[in-house]
Ligand binder design. Structure first.
Ligand SMILES: [Fe+2]
Length: 222
């Protein structure tokens, strides 16, 4: 889905914020609904999803939240993203994710990393543009997706014989508050640095959605 911001609106309404959040939630619903039935996956397919997810998240989540932080214009949004980064670093979430992948016998190989290379690069280049509203919305979508994806990821790991679930336990809970915080940050940025009519507020979300689909479906010919 592609939606364009309805023109520059320095004084955004609550209705506008709500409709953006609803659109993001329905995009996440669509992605979660489209996940393959676990009973129909082979062991190699389960391993691949965990490995590609790890190849993307371990090294990029903190990087991309930092890119969104660097893009900010409003003082109000800054502490929200800093809190998020503080928790990621203090609690060593990348180490937690690596433990999760290793325990599920799904540590990413070069093939796993290359399977998501094209889509990953597009997200990196997009966030490198440091467009605040689009970047914060992308991360709000990301947090919301991660939280909803956790039970599925945990079930994949369990089917791989793992009982190491700290990563999925932590992210199924903490990301609810993170997502709400990022929507508050989005409202602050929209008020101070609105997009112009030529810009699609969902551009980064669309790039990230393509990456999440590559993680799940691994279709290099897409
Ligand atoms: Fe995290």
């Amino acid at each position: 889905m592609s939606t364009t911001l309805p023109g520059p609106q320095p004084l955004q309404t609550h209705a506008f914020d709500t409709s953006i959040e609803q659109t993001v939630n329905s995009m996440i619903d669509d992605l979660i609904t489209a996940l393959p039935y676990q009973e129909q996956l082979t062991g190699a397919e389960r391993r691949g999803i965990i490995a590609r997810y790890t190849a993307v998240l371990e090294g990029n989540f903190i990087y991309w939240m930092t890119a969104a932080l660097l893009s900010l214009h409003s003082e109000e949004a800054r502490p929200i993203l800093l809190d998020n980064l503080h928790e990621e670093v203090r609690d060593a979430h990348p180490a937690m994710l690596r433990r999760f992948a290793i325990a599920a016998h799904a540590f990413p190989t070069d093939s796993d990393a290359l399977a998501i290379h094209k889509e990953l690069t597009r997200v990196r280049l997009f966030l490198g543009r440091l467009s605040s509203v689009q970047s914060v919305l992308t991360m709000a979508f990301f947090e919301g997706y991660i939280q909803r994806f956790m039970p599925y990821l945990a079930a994949l790991a369990a089917a791989q014989g793992s009982s190491e679930m700290e990563y999925t336990d932590v992210h199924g809970v903490c990301d609810i508050e993170h997502t709400a915080g990022l929507f508050r940050a989005l409202a602050a940025e929209v008020a101070i640095d609105p997009l112009d009519e030529s810009q699609n507020i969902f551009e980064g979300v669309d790039r990230l959605r393509e990456l999440l689909e590559a993680i799940v479906f691994n279709r290099p010919d897409r």
